[in-house]
Design a protein around this ligand. Structure first.
Ligand code: NAP
Length: 335
């Protein structure tokens, strides 16, 4: 059954005359086709009787197990396969998003992606059982792409969408900060069921100071202003939320790699994590650390309703140890 929509009235938000003009395309990932036997395109063509798209084989179980032992996950506590979470990742092909998805897969957490180009999931995440990962085609700028059926059963959302702060090819088709960081976030949040247990939004440091130097330079095309508007919409949505504001992102994006490469990614020397509140932090943060912070925040009850800035610096970090992350988030709140 479709989840209930909880649209918040928005004065400047023009919905299409027909709310969901096309049925949403759910594109779960088949698990029985070898990588070299098909491109994503051919998989689409060959399975015409189904709306399901195959994402081709790229990962061997043994390699995943080895990767779990890599230094990026050395302290990890892997959830049991029967985990009750069902996490929607929006922006799962991006630098942070890829790492979030790879990490959810190694933890055996059931996940779902909303992507503009589902074939990217084929390249990045390889063969996956549809019980573990499925993919919907959608653009957050289009409310019509956000059919309630996409959100059925979703318990948690991690939103790491974004575009470049300055004009670039990534703005093609009007994919600007205003459209993605404001309208896209607004559309997504407006579509989420009220039963959601948590939405984690990746925003940015500096959003509260976009009129002040040096942030005003970064904000020349409005990226910080629009991210703040997206944040405020999340905050006022009534949904349980956590906002993560990274400093300048390092490590990655690991574009054009497959899941094995993602799982072997490490934060290099920058593993020690600094968490703050009040938009005072200035610095850099590894994308791996941001991805881990998003996943950890889902389970730490006192991060609900909170906003954190996050940096990473040289030194030993918390890895995936939930207790260490609890301490980091808690320490930020009492400062
Ligand atoms: N770069 C920095 O130094 C920095 C600093 C602070 C905060 N941030 C923020 O941190 C977050 C993660 O950054 P990142 O560099 O990892 O991101 P990224 O690589 O730019 O990835 C952005 C993701 O958003 C998706 N996306 C873009 N427009 C979309 C749309 N209209 N509908 C649906 N999905 C859309 C992209 O999908 P496609 O594959 O379809 O393009 C991609 O998956 C972003 O919000 C970014 O603004 C970045």
């Amino acid at each position: 059954m479709a989840s209930q929509l909880s649209f918040t009235p928005i004065t400047d938000f023009s919905l299409p005359s027909e709310k969901f003009p096309k049925p949403p395309q759910r594109i779960p990932i088949f698990s029985h086709l070898p990588l070299n036997s098909c491109s994503g395109y051919h998989c689409f063509k060959n399975i015409s009787s189904s709306i399901r798209l195959s994402v081709c084989h790229a990962v061997k179980e043994q390699e995943v197990i080895q990767s779990i032992n890599s230094d990026s996950t050395q302290n990890s506590q892997i959830d049991p396969p029967a985990c009750s979470k069902f996490v929607l990742v929006v922006g799962g092909t991006g630098g942070v998003g890829q790492l979030v998805v790879a990490s959810l897969l190694t933890r055996n957490i059931r996940s779902c992606l909303l992507l503009r180009d589902p074939e990217k999931a084929t390249t990045l995440f390889g063969k996956q059982d549809e019980e573990k990962l499925n993919v919907w085609k959608g653009d957050t700028r289009n409310p019509g792409d956000l059919d309630p059926s996409i959100f059925e059963g979703i318990t948690h959302v991690i939103c790491c969408t974004g575009t470049t702060a300055f004009p670039s090819r990534r703005w093609d088709g009007d994919n600007t900060p205003e459209r993605v960081d404001w309208e896209g976030v607004r559309n997504l949040v407006s579509s989420l069921p009220s039963s959601l247990k948590r939405i984690v939004l990746v925003s940015s440091v500096g959003v509260t100071k976009f009129n002040e130097l040096p942030w005003s330079v970064m904000n020349l095309f409005g990226v910080l202003k629009y991210k703040k508007m997206g944040e405020d919409f999340v905050r006022n949505s009534g949904l349980p939320f956590t906002i993560i504001r990274p400093g300048r992102l390092t490590d990655g994006p690991y574009t054009s790699y497959d899941l094995n490469t993602l799982l072997k990614a490490t934060a290099g020397e920058r593993r020690a994590v600094v968490v703050g509140q009040g938009d005072k932090l200035v610095g850099e943060v590894s994308r791996l650390v941001v991805a881990e912070a998003c996943i950890q925040a889902l389970d730490i009850e006192f991060t609900e309703g909170e906003v954190y800035e996050i940096n990473s610096v040289q030194g030993e970090g918390p890895g995936s140890d939930p207790q260490k992350w609890r301490e980091l988030f808690k320490a930020a709140q009492v400062q």
